[in-house]
Write a protein that binds this ligand. Structure first.
Ligand code: S3P
Length: 428
C-alpha cells in the first residue's frame, strides 16, 4: 500500500523548545544579572522575541552557541522608540503584551499578516480587568495593539479557554500588580511559565487547574538549558512510526506532562515509543525517545488531552490518514485560530492527496488506511502544515510539492536537512 521509502535510521538532536526559549528570553530580561541560555531555538519566532527585548533596552548577545542576556530587573525595561514587531509569533505578541501593560511607558506591538488576523480579545479582556489600557488599532480586536502603561491590580481570572498564552500574559502582568493574580483554566495548558518563573525566584503556586503569582518578585539571572521541542520531535515520531523498518533515536526531548499528548496518542494508535535517559533540566523533564515503526490504527482524541498536543494535531492528522480505521479529533476549535485555520487547511490538503476527511466545528474525522497520491499542497505559510506534509510525502504514491515550504524557519530551521539525512533522500 505504501510507497517504498527506505527505512529511516539514525539519531536526531531535536532543536530547542520554542515555548521555553521565548520564556527564557523574557524572564532573563526581567531578571537582575546575567542569564545564559543554551540549546536556544534559533527559529524566527524566538528571534522576534530577542529583537523586541533589544528594542526595550536589554542587551542580548547571540553567538548561536548560547544567548547571554544582561537583565536589568523587573523595572529595567525602557520605552521603545519603534513599533515592536512580533513577526509570526503569537507567544511573543500575547506574553509581551502582558509584560508591557504594567510598564511606565507606552508601546505598540504588531506582526505579520497571520498575527494581524489572530484573536487578541482573549488577552485584552483580562488585562483590561487588571486596569490595563490595551487596545486594538483595528476594529476586530487584532494586532496592532497599542498599550499605555498603567498601575495594575491583581485578579482571579476564570479563563473560558485552556490557553498557555492567555494564562502567561495574565501571570506576567501579575508581576507588576497590586496583590496576587491567579488564572483558572477549564483544562491545564502548558506550564512552562510557572516552572520558569519559580526557577528565576518568583513565588508561584499551582493547584490542579489554577496558577497564581505574587507581585514584585526579585528575579535573578539563571543558566537555562532548553530541552528539545516535543512539537518538533513529533514529525520524526510520526515518520519513524509510519515508514516500515524505521528506527530513530530522538535525543533530549522535553516530556513535560502538559506537552506529552503526542506520546499518549501515538501509543494509543499502536506506536512503539521507548523513553530512555529520563532526566530533568530547570524543572522540565526530558528523555531520549526511541521510535520503531509499527502499524497504526485510528483513535479518538478530545477533552483534557487537547491542550497537551494542540500544535501536534496537523501531524496527528497525517498519522491518522495512514492508520487503519477512523480517527476522531474533537474539542479542538482552537485549531481555527492558529497560524492558519488548521482544520480547514488540513482538510483541503489531505483531500487533495486523496484522503477521506471531514472537517467538524471543533476538529476533524479522518478515515485512514487508503493510499494517498501526490499533488501540490498549500502550507498557508504555516510551519506545522509544511512539516506535516513533508512527512506525508514519505508515504504518498507520488511526489508532494509544498507551497511556501521555507516557513519551517519559524520553529525548525534545519528540518529539511534532518529529513534528508535520515531518509537518505535529497528530495526535500
Ligand atoms: C504556546 C501556547 C499554545 C501553542 C503555541 C505556543 C505558548 O497556544 O499553540 O504554539 O508558548 O504558550 P495557546 O496557549 O494559545 O493554545
Amino acid at each position: 500500500m505504501l510507497k517504498n521509502t527506505a527505512p529511516l535510521k539514525g539519531e536526531i538532536t531535536i532543536p530547542g523548545d520554542k515555548s521555553i526559549s521565548h520564556r527564557a528570553v523574557m524572564l532573563g530580561s526581567l531578571a537582575k544579572g546575567t542569564t545564559e541560555i543554551t540549546h536556544f531555538l534559533q527559529g524566527e519566532d524566538c528571534l522576534s522575541t530577542i529583537s523586541c527585548f533589544r528594542k526595550l533596552g536589554i542587551s542580548i548577545e547571540n553567538t548561536n552557541e548560547r544567548i547571554l542576556i544582561h537583565g536589568k530587573g523587573l523595572h529595567g525595561l525602557s520605552a521603545p522608540s519603534e513599533i515592536l514587531d512580533c513577526g509570526n509569533s503569537g507567544t511573543t505578541t500575547r506574553l509581551l503584551s502582558g509584560i508591557l501593560c504594567g510598564q511606565p511607558f507606552s508601546s505598540t506591538l504588531t506582526g505579520d499578516d497571520s498575527i494581524q488576523r489572530r484573536p487578541m480579545k482573549r488577552i485584552i479582556d483580562p488585562l483590561s480587568q487588571m486596569g490595563a489600557d490595551i487596545r486594538s488599532l483595528k476594529q476586530n480586536f487584532c494586532a496592532p495593539l497599542s498599550i499605555e502603561g498603567k498601575k495594575l491590580t491583581g485578579i482571579q481570572y476564570n479563563s473560558p479557554i485552556a490557553s498557555a498564552q492567555v494564562k502567561s500574559a495574565i501571570l506576567l502582568a501579575g508581576l507588576y500588580a497590586d496583590g496576587g493574580t491567579s488564572v483558572t483554566e477549564p483544562y491545564v495548558s502548558r506550564n512552562h511559565s510557572e516552572i520558569m518563573l519559580a526557577h528565576f525566584g518568583a513565588h508561584v503556586t499551582c493547584t490542579e487547574h489554577t496558577a497564581a503569582v505574587s507581585p514584585e518578585p526579585l528575579l535573578e539571572g539563571r543558566s537555562i538549558k532548553v530541552p528539545g521541542d516535543i512539537s518538533s520531535a513529533a514529525y520524526f515520531i510520526a515518520a519513524g512510526l509510519l515508514v516500515p523498518g524505521s528506527e530513530l533515536l530522538l535525543k533530549h526531548v522535553g516530556i513535560n506532562p502538559t506537552r506529552d499528548g503526542i506520546l499518549k496518542v501515538a501509543r494509543a494508535m499502536g506506536g512503539d515509543i521507548q523513553l530512555i535517559n529520563e532526566n530533568a533540566e530547570n524543572g522540565e523533564p526530558t528523555a531520549d525517545l526511541l521510535i520503531r515503526s509499527a502499524s497504526l490504527k485510528g483513535t479518538t482524541i478530545g477533552g483534557e488531552l487537547i491542550p497537551t498536543l494542540i500544535d501536534e494535531i496537523p501531524i496527528i492528522a497525517v498519522m491518522a490518514a495512514f492508520a487503519e480505521g477512523t480517527t476522531i479529533i474533537k474539542d479542538a476549535a482552537e485549531l481555527k485560530v492558529k497560524e492558519s485555520d488548521r482544520i480547514q487547511v488540513m482538510t483541503d490538503n489531505l483531500r487533495l492527496l486523496g484522503c477521506e476527511i471531514e472537517p467538524t466545528e471543533d476538529g476533524m474525522i479522518i478515515h485512514g488506511g487508503k493510499p494517498l497520491h501526490g499533488g501540490t499542497v498549500d502550507s498557508h505559510k504555516d510551519h506545522r502544515i509544511a512539516m506535516s506534509f513533508a512527512i506525508a510525502s514519505l508515504l504518498t504514491e507520488g511526489p508532494v510539492t509544498i507551497r511556501d515550504k521555507e516557513c519551517v524557519q519559524i520553529s525548525f530551521p534545519e528540518f529539511y536537512e534532518v529529513l534528508e539525512k535520515i531518509s537518505g533522500s535529497s528530495a526535500f
